[in-house]
Design a protein around this ligand. Structure first.
Ligand SMILES: *Cc1c(COP(=O)(O)O)cnc(C)c1O
Length: 434
């Protein structure tokens, strides 16, 4: 469910006509729906009602300050993977004391920053990292709160680049070595054992891998509670969203039309399956979803530059490119593409939708059928709220896109389009070339 829909012929985000946003702020521009984010947050929380749950939003999915502030207002803490993200949470007025710090390569400076801001816990991915955190905590004269990320070796059945819970991934400590790793942690003078963590991958569309992983880790969690008095179990993030029927899935009717056997994962079914496994543990449960909270809450607006009719192939050339939204080029991802102005009298068009960047990888969709659109007309890439703007680059010296947040009939620019002067601000021609 989300709040992108046609009102008459025009695509709206909540009560805002997206063409008006494009007119005011230009394209390419990301637009986010605050109400959709809030709905997603509340559904996830209600799905696990009855458990003591803290949602730690995975900031890497979309770390715009406005998005962080909105989620913080809803009660979220954060799952952080860098010092930069931690500083963003501070800048947004978020709660670092309830937040966790993940990632396989935390630097000493990042560990120090997190300790100074009283991070809730570090999610430790290896024994050398444990030694480093112990060392930094010692220099500050504090005890560092830690949990170990345990790799349950389950197949998340998702894209290879976003699967993280198999034994051949770089993440976490294998389940069979986890007890020994906790024994080792207990011997460090400057570490305090707080919990246990897992995260098996991203864009999971079935419940089975989550269930399998929780079942595999539950006995360890119970054992760690008895031996070390751990207080929480973080079951990670990873819940997938709808990409293929993105627009239709905003309507309740679409969900009701899905056969029960193939109905996509929802926060309700996720909660119903996991609650009985988690409840007996008597632990606080941390969730680290990113994509689910913001993915279907964002679109990328673009303008058509040309419709190029080739020999047996049409190319719809738009002003957004792989530097703005890299997911199709990087993960072969599907994004639904819809016109901002729907016109049933138009013919259908089959085209490759491409950006202006000088490489063939700059392609959003191949042989996509959509309503015929011409130069100057506007389109939207659906489900672009997660891993969109955060992964943008300046390739081809294209400035970073603008971002807008909508709530009801209000909308505001929450990130200005980058200027050329800003883009080159750090660059210098060295003296020996002058
Ligand atoms: C990326 C990541 C998440 C969030 O993944 P989503 O698929 O966006 O929910 C959660 N926890 C950790 C440790 C991660 O690396």
């Amino acid at each position: 469910m989300h709040h992108f829909h046609y009102a008459g012929p025009d695509l709206h985000c909540e009560s805002v006509d997206l063409a008006a946003v494009a007119k005011l702020y230009g394209t390419p521009t990301y637009v986010y729906s605050a109400t959709t984010i809030a709905d997603n947050y509340r559904r996830l929380q209600q799905g696990l009602a009855g458990l003591d749950v803290q949602l730690c939003y995975a900031a890497k999915a979309n770390s715009n300050l406005a998005v962080l502030k909105h989620l913080s207002n809803l009660g979220a803490a954060f799952d952080l993977v860098s010092g930069g993200e931690l500083r963003r949470v501070l800048a947004a007025g978020g709660n670092v004391r309830q937040s966790v710090f993940a990632g396989v390569g935390k630097t000493e400076a990042e560990i120090k920053l997190a300790l100074q801001n009283e991070i809730f816990a570090f999610h430790v991915e290896s024994e050398p990292e444990m030694a480093r955190i112990n060392h930094v905590a010692g220099t500050l004269g504090v005890k560092a709160p830690i949990s170990i990320r345990v790799n349950p070796d389950v197949d998340a059945k998702t894209h290879a680049k976003v699967t993280t819970g198999k034994s051949d991934n770089k993440f976490g400590i294998p389940l069979k070595y986890a007890a020994a790793a906790y024994e080792a942690a207990a011997k460090y003078p400057n570490l305090a054992i707080k919990g246990v963590q897992m995260h098996i991958g991203s864009q999971l569309t079935s419940i089975e891998p989550f269930v399998e992983a929780v079942q595999k880790l539950a006995p360890l969690a119970a054992d760690l509670k008895a031996r070390f008095g751990i207080s929480y179990f973080s079951i990670g993030g990873g819940m997938g969203i709808i990409y293929r029927d993105a627009l239709a899935s905003g309507q309740a009717a679409w969900w009701e039309s899905q056969p029960a056997e193939t109905r996509p994962l929802t926060p309700e079914s996720y909660g119903a399956a996991l609650k009985p496994l988690l409840q007996p543990l008597g632990l606080k449960i941390l969730l680290e979803h990113g994509r689910f909270l913001v993915g279907n809450a964002g679109v990328l607006l673009a303008r058509v530059e040309h419709l190029k009719r080739g020999a047996g192939k049409n190319f719809l050339i738009v002003d957004a490119a792989m530097n703005d939204l890299v997911r199709p080029a990087m993960y072969d991802s599907y994004h639904e593409i819809v016109p901002l102005h729907r016109d049933s009298s138009r013919r259908a068009l089959v085209a490759d939708v491409v950006g202006p960047i000088c490489e063939s990888g700059d392609c959003f969709a191949k042989d996509r059928q959509l309503q015929e659109v011409g130069e100057g007309e506007l389109i939207a890439f659906m489900s672009a709220g997660a891993y969109g703007h955060v992964m943008a680059s300046r390739y081809n010296s294209r400035p970073l896109a603008a971002e807008v947040l909508v709530q009801g009939s209000s909308f505001e620019l929450v990130n200005t389009r980058e200027t050329f002067e800003h883009m080159i601000a750090g660059e210098r021609v060295p003296a020996f070339l002058k």
